[in-house]
Design a protein around this ligand. Structure first.
Ligand SMILES: NC(=O)c1ccc[n+]([C@@H]2O[C@H](COP(=O)([O-])OP(=O)(O)OC[C@H]3O[C@@H](n4cnc5c(N)ncnc54)[C@H](OP(=O)(O)O)[C@@H]3O)[C@@H](O)[C@H]2O)c1
Length: 295
């Protein structure tokens, strides 16, 4: 199977390259070689690699900057996924595309299911929702995997920031009123590979019947403060920490360009039932991510 992975140096794309290796011949590409804002660039890479599976892990993910760069964020997150879906349909290929918990407004107060009404409260969330709809409108064989609070150990993210702050500051304040499902990029990549295996085994009509949106994230929920505490507790080099006070704060204490949902944990039951795959709890995944032998 020829597989085109887009966004190959991102948190998720990097992990996908290794998780998908046993399943086919991978063409892995990222910006600037493939520029999702350029329709010609997308067509070139798709037609050149003739994929049976396109996995789009690329996105504009700078949530605050997105409030100002709305044209760019729309082009990458909303328009390009629609074109990828068209290219996939024309080739008879499967498209896997990722979306976000930030399509929700965060007012539900319990884990979101796929049939809950999206209502994004920031430009990034609006663009990702538009991308989902563009893919759905084209149809074909597609899977949209919504995930939440993605992290890795090799690229700047909440986890790497907390570990850095712990080494450079004595006091750190973290929001205790934003709750989500922390998701290690590697577990999402492995879940994706498991899902691809099943898609291939079950065949086209199964794929057509199961195409749609799935929530796939670390199991459980935590506030950013709880997540930070756990990161510090599992830090493989606690002796390097100079932090003495981790303070739970309210989000209003931090001025950010974009609003963020208060509660955006995801209910992953549909993914588990369809693919028979289970994410580990967010805490167990974090333990693995911060263990010595995760490279
Ligand atoms: N990060 C999270 O907390 C989070 C949460 C929920 C859902 N998600 C979703 O999960 C998926 C993977 O996220 P991630 O955290 O792995 O993303 P990431 O680390 O930010 O990687 C995204 C990749 O997309 C590339 N990209 C940006 N603009 C592009 C363009 N115009 N053309 C081609 N590539 C472009 C980036 O390249 P450059 O580095 O050169 O810009 C980067 O390599 C995305 O769909 C994201 O929306 C992420």
């Amino acid at each position: 199977m020829n597989i085109l992975v887009i966004g190959s140096t991102g948190q998720l794309g990097w992990e996908l390259q290794r998780s998908l290796v046993p399943l086919g011949n991978i063409t892995a590409v990222d910006y600037p070689d493939l520029d999702l804002t350029q329709a010609d660039s997308i067509s070139h890479w798709v037609r050149d690699s003739r994929p049976e599976l396109i996995v789009n892990a690329a996105a504009y993910t700078a949530v605050d900057r997105a409030e100002k760069e709305t044209d760019l964020v729309e082009a990458v997150n909303a328009t390009a996924p629609g074109q990828l879906a068209e290219e996939a349909r024309a080739l008879g290929a499967v498209l896997i595309h990722y979306s976000t918990d930030y399509v929700f407004d965060g007012r539900k107060g319990s884990p979101y299911r796929e049939d809950d009404q999206p209502s994004p409260i920031n430009a990034y969330g609006r663009s990702k929702l538009a991308g989902e709809r563009a893919v759905q409108q084209v149809g074909g064989e597609y899977y949209i995997f919504r995930t939440s609070w993605l992290y890795s150990t090799r690229k700047e993210c909440f986890l790497t920031k907390v570990l850095r702050w712990a080494r450079t500051r004595e006091r750190v304040r973290i929001a205790g009123d934003q709750v989500g499902s922390p998701t290690w990029a590697r577990t999402l990549a492995e879940a994706t590979a498991g899902a691809v295996k099943l898609m291939r085994e079950r065949g086209k009509s199964w794929r057509e019947n199961t195409s749609g949106i799935y929530h796939t994230a670390g199991i459980g929920a935590a506030s950013r403060y709880e997540w930070a505490r756990k990161i510090l507790a599992l830090d493989p080099h606690p002796e390097e920490q100079i932090l003495t006070e981790l303070e739970e704060a309210r989000s209003v204490a931090f001025i950010t360009a974009a609003d963020r949902p208060e509660y955006s944990a995801l209910d992953c039951t549909r993914f588990q039932e369809t693919f028979g795959l289970f994410h580990t709890s967010w805490e167990d995944a974090l333990k693995q991510a911060l263990s010595w032998n995760n490279t």
